[in-house]
Design a protein around this ligand. Sequence first.
Ligand SMILES: Cc1cc2nc3c(=O)[nH]c(=O)nc-3n(C[C@H](O)[C@H](O)[C@H](O)COP(=O)(O)O)c2cc1C
Length: 187
Amino acid sequence: MNLNEIIRGRRSVRAYEDRSVPEEVIKELIDLGIQAPSASRMQPWSFVVVEDKELMREWSDRTKELLLSQMDDNAYLKPYQAMMENKKFNIFHKAPCLLLIYGDPISPAFVVDCSLAAQNIMLAAFDQGLGSCWIGFAVHIGDTPEMKHRLGVPDSYRLVAPLVLGYPRGQWPRIERREPIIFNWPK
Ligand SMILES: Cc1cc2nc3c(=O)[nH]c(=O)nc-3n(C[C@H](O)[C@H](O)[C@H](O)COP(=O)(O)O)c2cc1C
C-alpha cells in the first residue's frame, strides 16, 4: 500500500479477532509513533500497553457507570445512553491490546504531539493488517490518579490517546467526509 491508500483505507475498527498482537509488532508501532514531529523537539509522549482482559473489562464497566451517572448533565452523552446501558457493550470493543499514550504537560503542546504520534500508530497499524480505534471514553478512568498509580504512570502525566489494536473482524464502512471548508486562499 502506498501512503495515499493507507490514509484513505484506515477505519475505526470495532470488532476484533481473539488473537493477540505480537510484542515485536507493538514495539514497532510505538517506534513509528515516536517518529512524529513534536514542538521544541520535546517528545512528551510515554506509553502503557495493556493486554489484561480483566483490567479492560473493569475499566469499561466503570466508565459506563460513570458516564450513565453524568447523562442528565451532559447532552453530548445522550446518544450513547443505550450503548452504556448495554451490559454486553465493552468500550474497548473487546480488542486484545490497549495502547495508551500519556503526555507530559511540561510541554505546552503535549496534546498535539501525542495525537500526532497516535495518528502515526493508527496508520502504521493499518499498513500492517491491524485494526485500531481511538477510545476517547477511556480517558475518564485512565486519567484518574488511581489508574495512573496502578499502571505505573507518574501522576503529572495526562492520558491523551487510548488506542485499541488488534486483527479486525469484518469490514468497516467508510464514514463520508463533508467537503472541506476553505475560508480563504489569497494569491
Ligand atoms: C478523539 C477521538 C475520540 C474517539 N472516541 C471513540 C470512542 O470512545 N469509541 C469509539 O468507538 N470510537 C471513537 N473514536 C473514533 C471515531 O468515532 C471515528 O474516528 C469516526 O467515526 C470516523 O471514522 P473512521 O475513523 O473510520 O474514519 C474517536 C475518535 C477520536 C479522534
